[in-house]
Design a protein around this ligand. Structure first.
Ligand code: NAD
Ligand code: DAU
Length: 354
């Protein structure tokens, strides 16, 4: 059986990608390489446990010997690299893991892929792809009237997270130009949807709202993000993997610029409709708290290259995606309770102490 090797496939986007990929009966098998940090959850993969096309390996991408064994055993035709430390607030409190996984881990994976790819020949060598999943945060922060990020926007990362992702993007680029490794990079905006770990804005607000806790908005709540439903992020990655031009980067986004306050209001209104409180609105729980240090003001992404070259468009509007997401959290409280472990509770206690 032909395989792709996916890293970080027990996390939010990687998990959704694996489930979407294997929902196609004709799809290649998946070697799912994940260290299972606090953000990785086997429970997300429950629908594909027992599927012979899914092989899970609890492996750190910094472990070169283990990666070499996986490449040799399964001879993947492609790598789709999601594994990362992904939460900006954690990168501010404790950046070391971000340097280790996002930079050293990506370097180690690139080296393993390069060695493997060098050993291929003919069609297998020509067909091999290394797709690096990255973020719009590498481009820094926009003012209210600035043009959206394009693929040629300068890199100006502002947090340890975005700086570590920028470093990984540069390494991927260098492996194409120096060694000819057939790489592709996607830089996507804020994704949301099922299986999103409740430390990030949307799932945190839903879970706090349902448990009667404050809804903590940083600063004035007017920072702007572009939101994309996770299945649309996954479909963009599949398109770029299948037909992207080697060595190119593709911006991915939803065309949904919203302030955090607008997002939280929309969530509260959906919850008021789907699970009304005995009295009052979930909006009453909104609380303004101390701002995130170095908080990027605005992200906005120009996706015209991806649309023009590969014909990609998101399938979901913000309204339909958000409604589906809230309903998913209401229907999947067992998953939520499972991931809100002791580690999660420690994080919340530290981050929102004041
Ligand atoms: P996540 O934190 O939910 O999942 C990360 C996964 O990587 C987890 O399963 C974790 O166990 C695994 N992992 C971490 N360190 C590892 C290591 N050393 N070895 C192997 N596995 C390891 O992250 P996410 O939100 O799903 O993001 C996935 C990727 O997409 C990241 O590279 C991120 O930078 C990028 N991205 C995320 C967003 C977003 O909105 N969430 C947007 C654009 C790009
Ligand atoms: O833009 C893509 C990036 O989006 C990804 O690369 C990151 O991996 C992903 O985590 C996300 O980063 P953000 O920092 O934008 O996402 P987060 O959900 O942490 O925050 C979204 C916005 O909400 C941001 O302006 C900070 C604000 N926020 C967040 C939290 C957790 C709050 O106001 N209160 C909160 O409690």
């Amino acid at each position: 059986m032909s395989h792709i090797l996916v890293t970080g496939g027990a996390g939010f986007i990687g998990g959704n990608f694996v489930l979407n990929w294997l929902s196609n009966a004709d799809a290649d098998g998946v070697i799912n390489v994940d260290k299972l940090t606090y953000a990785g959850n086997r429970r997300t993969l429950a629908p594909v446990e027992g599927d012979p096309r899914h092989v899970f390996s609890q492996t750190d991408i910094c472990d070169r010997a283990a990666l070499d064994r996986l490449f040799a055993a399964y001879e993947p035709r492609a790598v789709v690299h999601f594994a990362a430390e992904s939460h900006v607030d954690r990168s501010i409190r404790a950046p070391a893991d971000f340097i280790q996984t996002n930079i050293i881990g990506t370097f180690t994976l690139l080296e393993a892929a390069r060695t493997y790819w060098n050993g291929l020949d003919g069609d297998a060598k020509a067909a091999f792809r290394f797709l690096h999943v990255s973020t719009d945060e590498v481009f820094g922060s926009l003012g209210p009237t600035d043009s959206r990020f394009s693929e040629t926007s300068p890199y100006t990362p502002n947090s340890p997270y975005s700086a570590s992702k920028a470093a990984s993007d540069h390494l991927v680029r260098a492996y194409y130009h120096t060694y000819g490794l057939p790489v592709l990079t996607t830089n996507c905006s804020n994704s949301y949807g099922p299986y999103h770990f409740p430390e990030k804005l949307i799932p945190l607000m839903i879970t706090n709202a349902l448990s009667g806790k404050p809804l903590p908005l940083y600063g004035d709540g007017r920072n702007v993000r572009d939101w994309l439903y996770v299945e649309d992020h996954c479909s963009a990655i599949r398109e770029v993997l299948a037909r992207g031009r080697l060595g190119e980067t593709y911006n991915v986004g939803g065309g949904n610029e919203k302030s955090n306050l607008e997002v939280v209001h929309a969530l509260c209104d959906l919850l008021d409709w789907l699970k009304p409180k005995d009295s009052g609105s979930y909006r009453d729980q909104i609380t303004f708290v101390k701002d995130r240090p170095g908080h990027d003001r605005r992200y906005a992404i120009d996706t015209s290259k991806l649309e023009r070259e590969l014909g990609w468009k998101p399938a979901k509007t913000f309204e339909t995606g958000l409604c589906k997401t809230v309903q998913w959290y209401l229907d999947n409280q067992a998953w939520v309770q499972d991931v809100m472990s002791g580690e999660y509770r420690n994080w919340v206690a530290k981050q929102y102490a004041a």
